[in-house]
Ligand binder design. Structure first.
Ligand SMILES: [Zn+2]
Ligand SMILES: [Zn+2]
Length: 91
């Protein structure tokens, strides 16, 4: 009986704290190991003559048209102050 009660307490209190600490330590380890972002091709938007559906908005079944296209990915993406699908798409 006493053993079971101790085990339950460990599961209730110890377990979530322990996993939280492990994740935190792993993050620090990762940060120390990779101080810089691995090189990626530079994505940049180009203005197109035609307006087409934004690929990122299409995922949410929203029809937004834009004349901005990522040169690398060859996809149309919104790029306004209220909606930055360009950033969303690449992160
Ligand atoms: Zn891109
Ligand atoms: Zn969009």
């Amino acid at each position: 009986m006493r053993f079971i009660r101790k085990l339950n307490l460990a599961l209730l209190l110890g377990h979530p704290l322990q996993t939280g600490r492990e994740v935190f330590q792993q993050d620090l380890f990762e940060a120390a190991r990779t101080p810089y972002q691995p090189p990626r091709p530079e994505h940049k938007l180009v203005k197109m003559a035609k307006w087409k559906r934004c690929a990122e908005c299409a995922k949410d079944k929203i029809e937004n048209r834009t004349d901005n296209m990522c040169e690398i990915c060859q996809v149309y993406l919104c790029y306004t102050t209220s909606r930055n699908c360009f950033e969303k798409y690449h992160t």
